[in-house]
Design a binder for this molecule. Structure first.
Ligand code: 13P
Ligand code: SF4
Length: 331
């Protein structure tokens, strides 16, 4: 089974290891598989966590919305979140009975760190009638002072369903601009007031990559994540969450794609859709790459207190509400 996995990865030329390293990985995988059985644990991985984890020990790999649903519905006693901290916190919020483990406590997110409770209070003060819509890439404390959560897979749909015209959107200012443009283009009256920063990875995507790709492959389709800058989205053929990008490429009759999101997703697309060709500027999220088989083994075997996600009861109660509202509105 594991040999098959490694052969699949190796044949794509993405995951080259020498024999010594391969044996080490095989041992780690066997150990993790045993620990999972012993502990009734599941491993939920984000697409950016890397193919070594996704194709060996993960029970499920997806985008941040789907991972929240799976954390809620799996019924596992232990959940290892091979992603970043806000994803592990979300898993704990929706599945409070489970022990949620984060392999590396330093796996943060520049978006989550770009906003604090005072900034939200300030925006509410200036716009008292505007609800606060919060992108999933935030801490539980920020969710606790929010009205609705969204992810890249459902932000437009949820904002569109809300009756309010003026909405505070946090923390991704680039996504807010992209959503605002979409509302304007479709002639829908909405005004997004943004509070926060940008993704340190996606803000680096530039249109020059698109221009070069289009020259080289005139039939190429450009698929971008909505955390990218406005100009990149304007020049793309499709913009969506990580799962939606995969689905789009799967369904498209086209053979050439340029993918403007974190490199981990592209590696997976090359494996899954081997009849198609993908190029990317290959920008890496350093937080996601803190995940490794070794850390997953360690966190299952003997988790340190800091790797076990705990959320204060009061915060949990408040932070769960906007997530549940998202589940409702995303249907
Ligand atoms: P998705 O929800 O599209 O997987 O995005 C999460 C993320 O962190 C993108 O940078
Ligand atoms: Fe956060 Fe950007 Fe990394 Fe996604 S890619 S986890 S938004 S820093």
């Amino acid at each position: 089974m594991h040999n098959q996995i490694f052969n699949k990865i190796n044949s794509s030329g993405l995951f080259e290891k020498d024999e010594l390293e391969l044996n080490k990985s095989r041992d780690l995988i066997s150990e993790i598989v045993e620990l999972k059985k012993e502990l009734n644990a599941v491993i939920l991985a984000h697409f950016y966590a890397g193919e070594e984890i996704i194709y060996s020990v993960a029970d499920y790999a997806s985008d941040s919305y789907d991972l929240a649903l799976k954390a809620r519905d799996f019924g596992a006693e232990t959940i290892v979140l091979a992603g970043v901290k806000f994803m592990a916190e979300t898993a704990k919020l929706v599945s409070p009975e489970a022990r949620v483990l984060l392999p590396d406590i330093n796996s943060g997110c520049s978006l989550a760190e770009s906003v604090n409770v005072e900034m939200i209070a300030g925006a509410r003060g200036k716009h008292p009638n505007a609800p606060v819509v919060t992108y999933m890439n935030t801490s539980a404390e920020i969710k606790a002072v929010s009205d609705v959560c969204v992810t890249s897979s459902n932000a437009f749909k949820i904002l569109n369903k809300m009756s309010e015209k003026e909405i505070i959107f946090t923390p991704d200012r680039l996504m807010a601009i992209n959503l605002q443009n979409e509302f304007n283009e479709k002639g829908i009256e909405k005004k997004l007031i943004y509070v926060g920063g940008a993704c340190e990875v996606h803000e680096k995507f530039e249109t020059k990559y698109i221009h070069t790709a289009r020259k080289q492959y005139p039939d190429i389709e450009i698929l971008s994540h909505p955390e990218c800058p406005e100009q990149v989205i304007c020049e793309s053929d499709f913009s969506g969450s990580t799962s939606q990008i995969i689905d789009y490429a799967k369904k498209s009759k086209n053979k050439h794609f340029m993918v403007m999101t974190e490199c981990g997703l592209v590696n997976q697309m090359k494996i899954e859709l081997s009849d198609k060709k993908f190029i990317t500027p290959c920008l890496i999220c350093p937080h996601m790459k803190l995940n490794s088989l070794e850390k997953i083994r360690d966190v299952l075997k003997s988790p340190r207190a800091e790797n076990i996600i705990e959320i204060d009861d009061e915060i949990r109660e408040l932070a769960l509400k906007p997530i549940e509202r998202m589940f409702e509105l995303a249907k």
